[in-house]
Write a protein that binds this ligand. Structure first.
Ligand code: GLA
Length: 397
């Protein structure tokens, strides 16, 4: 058994004195391209990574849900009938009031959202033990990994008969309502539906998905993650502000979502929007086009041809959406100077990680060049590791 799955199983046994009924896991994700487009009903192209979160679960014969994790020595216990009182109010209210610690709001929020989606389910109590090797706070969706593993485990245990898309929607509801982070659905879909050496092309309006072959393995390319260690949180601050700017832009332009604005419309948009709102809109509109272009380019020419699109995406986030930080810019330029095919920050921004698509035989030199650039800039040494596009949710035991 995978060592992290083993940790979840042992934690479960410590908690209950018994073995789990099952262990489910879901991965973190890196986004190849398509940033802040998901909540604008646009396009994204993320891929699941091999780092995973494991949920070991077992039935209880009462109405209690208890969660334990390696994040916190104290398990959290709630009566299932109390979940809606806990999370049913305004987004994030209960958690902000400190009623459960934030880590526990992810699995408990999933349980609440699943029961709201399948009302009248006759459910039993449940114990859940969670262990993860997805780096936390690196912009690799450690939260979606908890949500996916929990949703899949509860789906089976409670016989909910959820589709993979239902599970992703439940994860997003937990994140939006129970945790209070106003995120889109990219991370959950990517985590749950990932496939080996492929990215998930998702239309965030229709929820249609298509796996897109990345060909990294075939082309001897690797994805280097450069975790800047600059911590970010999407339940506070900048993320919500960017979302509000996009909504203002859409309202002013008379569309229901920025998905409906094209690159050709930008000239007119510039005359109608204030400078900041225009630049936010310009990022989203051009980023949607870059996702479509990346999918076409991958299919027609393969992964070595997408570098320019990745770099343009980074520049747009740095200059127009203004969600990069100096550490991310340094990571991207150092990787490119060392010969990377392409590089960009990934995830919601304000910290977290950049990704660089690098020739396998240039990996060591690229890492050294990035570390050196951080050192010269006086930044904390980044954590650098490679990720492989991997499979989505799985039953491990
Ligand atoms: C975070 C959110 C996603 C998405 C990205 C930005 O990861 O969880 O829904 O909005 O930021 O692309």
């Amino acid at each position: 058994m995978n060592p992290t799955a083993q940790v979840a199983a042992s934690l479960f046994s410590e908690l209950t004195g018994a073995s789990p009924d099952s262990i489910w896991s879901a991965p973190g994700r890196a986004n190849l391209i398509g940033e802040h487009t998901d909540y604008n009903e646009g396009f994204v192209l993320p891929f699941a990574i091999e780092h995973r979160t494991y949920a070991a679960v077992g039935r209880r014969d009462d109405g209690i849900i208890r969660v334990a994790s390696t994040f916190d020595p104290n398990p959290v216990e709630v009566a299932i009938v109390e979940l809606s009182a806990l999370f049913g109010g305004a987004a994030g209210e209960a958690v902000q009031a400190g009623s459960v610690p934030e880590w526990a709001a992810y699995p408990l929020g999933v349980a609440w959202a699943a029961l709201a989606r399948v009302p009248n389910s006759a459910v039993t109590g449940v114990d859940i033990a969670i262990a993860s090797d997805v780096p936390i706070g690196a912009g690799l969706s450690s939260s979606a990994a908890i949500e996916g593993a929990t949703a899949a485990a509860l789906d089976e245990l409670w016989s909910l008969d959820l589709s993979l898309l239902d599970m992703a929607k439940i994860g997003r509801t937990a994140e939006n309502q129970a945790v209070g982070a106003p995120t889109g659905i990219m991370d959950q879909v990517s985590s749950i539906m990932g496939e080996y050496d492929a990215a998930t092309f998702l239309d965030c309006r229709s929820y249609e998905t298509q796996p897109v072959d990345l060909g990294f393995a075939r082309e001897h390319l690797s994805v280097l993650v450069i975790d800047t260690k600059v911590k970010h949180s999407h339940s506070t601050g900048g993320y919500g502000e960017r979302r509000a700017s996009c909504e203002l832009g859409a309202r002013t332009l008379g569309v229901s979502a920025l998905r409906d604005v094209t690159v050709a419309d930008l000239e007119r948009a510039k005359t109608l929007l204030d400078d900041v709102t225009f630049r936010r809109v310009a990022h989203v509109v051009t980023e949607n086009q870059r996702v479509l272009d990346t999918v076409d380019t991958l299919r027609a020419e393969g992964p070595r041809a997408i570098g320019g699109l990745l770099v343009a995406s980074h520049v747009s986030m740095r200059d127009d959406f203004e969600i990069s930080v100096p550490e991310l810019d340094t990571a991207v330029s150092a990787a490119l100077d060392a010969g990377a095919v392409g590089a960009r920050m990934t995830g919601g921004g304000f910290g977290g990680a950049a990704i660089a698509v690098v020739e396998v035989d240039k990996l060591d030199d690229t890492k050294a060049a990035v570390a050196d650039a951080f050192d010269r800039a006086g930044f904390v040494e980044p954590h650098q590791f490679t990720v492989t596009p991997s499979h989505g949710v799985l039953r491990d035991a």
